[in-house]
Design a protein around this ligand. Structure first.
Ligand code: IPE
Ligand code: IPE
Ligand code: MG
Length: 245
């Protein structure tokens, strides 16, 4: 039933986060090397960014490489880095043409220097854009995000005098996602039903949607479907059921 709601009636989640999973399985099922799945996954990423902009999503955060993904085989990591380099080079102009602001969340110091430069360049060139706010999580881990914020707070002498809401406010200003609202909806593709160390703090009240679709097959209709499911959810934030009038 939720599927039949028209776009005008839909309440758009401001911030959609996606764990883009299933590239390897997409390829393996076709008898292809996993790297081919990553190439198709990059195309799905491009499609999804365009779709989110068209649908009026304000913030889109995509999990591209986790702090645990370094344990993958060297050849696979090399291909992921090649793709990252290729898309940063070829798509930065496209971001600017489409008024998209890019932020990479994660510890990028682990990447090659030329990739770090490409990321910084794309972030700086797009920082005044006020269309879609696109965050890509690269070498990101939710626990590390929390720990690095604690490390920054640790030097502040007045912490003991603050109450919990004040500490929360300060803490959130040091998270890698500072300045962004929490995700309203978290989508994970490929049928896995876990958070895999993504936005642990930020997803406290996000609506979760797990779809069996593998990431390389994700498209605008999948995003629209996810948004229609979101519209059927009753977000209570610990309160009582919202009156539907
Ligand atoms: C997600 O696809 C992309 C990355 C983690 C880089 P996977 O590579 O995890 O694909 P599966 O889960 O093995 O199918
Ligand atoms: C999570 O997927 C990370 C990304 C999608 C970038 P993984 O494929 O690494 O997660 P697990 O290992 O199945 O939990
Ligand atoms: Mg996976």
């Amino acid at each position: 039933m939720v599927r039949e709601m028209s776009e005008e009636q839909l309440n758009m989640p401001r911030h959609v986060a996606i764990i883009m999973d299933g590239n390897g399985r997409w390829a393996t099922r076709r008898g292809l090397p996993r790297t081919v799945g990553h190439r198709q996954g990059a195309k799905a990423l491009k499609r999804t960014v365009r779709a989110a902009g068209e649908l009026g999503v304000e913030y889109l955060t995509l999990f591209g490489f986790s702090s645990e993904n370094w344990s993958r085989p060297e050849g696979e990591i090399k291909e992921l880095m090649r793709l990252l380099r290729y898309y940063l080079r070829s798509e930065t102009a496209e971001l600017l043409n489409n008024n998209i602001r890019l932020r990479v969340v994660g510890d990028i110091s682990a990447f090659d220097n030329d990739i770090i430069d490409l990321i910084r360049n794309a972030e700086q060139l797009s920082e005044n854009n006020d269309g879609l706010f696109l965050s890509i999580a690269l070498n990101y881990g939710g626990r590390n995000d929390i720990l690095q914020a604690i490390q920054k707070l640790a030097g502040q002498d007045d912490l003991g005098t603050l109450d919990l809401p004040q500490i929360q406010d300060r803490f959130e200003r040091h998270l890698l996602t500072a300045g962004m609202p929490d995700p309203d909806m978290l989508i994970r593709t490929s049928g896995e039903q876990r958070i895999s160390n993504f936005l642990l703090w930020q997803c406290a009240y996000s609506e979760f949607l797990f779809t069996d679709t593998l990431w390389p097959d994700f498209d605008k209709s999948e995003l629209e479907y996810a948004i229609s499911v979101y519209n059927g959810r009753d977000r209570r934030f610990g309160g009582l059921k919202a009156s539907k009038g």
